[in-house]
Design a binder for this molecule. Sequence first.
Ligand SMILES: [Ca+2]
Ligand SMILES: [Ca+2]
Length: 202
Amino acid sequence: MKKFNISLVLVLVALLVAGFGGAAFAVAPAANELVIADFDTGDKPNNIGGDFGGWDKDPNDESQGTQMSFDTDDSQGDASGYAIRLDYDVDSPNPAYNGFWMKMNGEDATAYNTLNFFVKGDAKLGYTKRFKIELKDMTNKPSAYIVSGVTDQWQKISIPFEKFRRIENWNSLNEFVIVFDDINSSPKTGGILIDQVTLSKQ
Ligand SMILES: [Ca+2]
Ligand SMILES: [Ca+2]
């Protein structure tokens, strides 16, 4: 009986060590990644206190626009999480562009070198495989990057900072923007989900 207890203790110790080892391994990458927005509260602001929302080139033109909402289809598979849903329409007799903006609140990005987010198209509604994103520092000059290859499954997009050529001051970022325009967006109406916007050191 005594022997049985000792081996049980050994098994428990082994499990504890394995548990701690696993926890340490899981925590390590987080130090190299700053979550800007996981949208998991289903509300504003983002994880660093920044506001966000949909924008329209011309709010008076009702034939175009982006409607932002929260969607329970979380990119990380979190049953209580959310993603951002963008229902866009650039099908208009007028020049059309619209999308999503999110404040970076002057975040110092100098410890990082990559912008990441998850994207997924809405299979039912249809979706563009291509759209533009912009990153801005406090000078507000937009640095554009074209995201392509969107599918109806979640995928992680990682963009090295070097691609954002017009960012002068990485120590103070102002805004992350998604642009749907009538050149890159095909079809001209559809639904795109965005989640887990982060900065990381690769
Ligand atoms: Ca999320
Ligand atoms: Ca329209």
